[in-house]
Design a protein around this ligand. Structure first.
Ligand SMILES: Nc1ncnc2c1ncn2[C@@H]1O[C@H](COP(=O)(O)OP(=O)(O)OP(=O)(O)O)[C@@H](O)[C@H]1O
Ligand SMILES: [Mg+2]
Length: 154
């Protein structure tokens, strides 16, 4: 099975479409890392995942709060943004590790900020700028569970 998929994101609509496809395949306990520069479109992707799952409220970027939690149809989705971490140890000090469990779907922007403390994800998505205007998402499966999600994703 192909463990890395490259998806061209011509515009925000393409990012939303990727979010929709992911939302249909996310399974309990899945850990998803989102990498890419400031403004790459990570929160945009999370927003479309949450809206596709049926969330109707405002999806806030957790740039300041670090963490937002959503309960949609009995499913818990944890959304982190670790950009403001000064050291990886903050992850443990904040008790955030309890949110990585076998039930919740957990999505982490800027996982690099807690490098060597966070466990390996099931999927890592890196959003790269392509010719400055559009983007490209590299979707990498890092576990068997992640492979199942990536299978026939696009
Ligand atoms: N193809 C695209 N996909 C996603 N966003 C796009 C795209 N093209 C342009 N944009 C714009 O890029 C911005 C992406 O912002 P977003 O907050 O999602 O980035 P981010 O990666 O979460 O940044 P940060 O690291 O600051 O959290 C938005 O203003 C959006 O309108
Ligand atoms: Mg963001």
């Amino acid at each position: 099975m192909k463990k890395e998929i490259s998806v061209f994101l011509e515009n925000e609509k393409s990012t939303s479409e990727l979010g929709l496809k992911l939302s249909e395949k996310l399974t309990a306990g899945l850990l998803l890392f989102l990498k890419g520069d400031l403004g790459a479109g990570k929160t945009c992707l999370v927003r479309s995942i949450l809206m596709s799952l049926g969330f109707e409220g405002k999806v806030k970027s957790p740039s300041y709060s670090l963490f937002e939690q959503y309960i949609i149809d009995g499913k818990t989705i944890n959304h982190f943004d670790l950009y403001r971490f000064k050291s990886p140890e903050e992850w443990l000090a904040a008790g955030f590790n309890d949110h990585i469990n076998t039930r919740d779907i957990t999505i982490i922007e800027w996982p690099e900020k807690a490098q060597n403390i966070l466990c390996e994800p099931d999927i890592e998505i890196e959003i790269l700028y392509d010719k400055e205007i559009s983007r490209r998402a590299l979707v990498k499966a890092k576990s068997k569970k992640g492979e199942m999600v990536c299978k026939d994703l696009v």
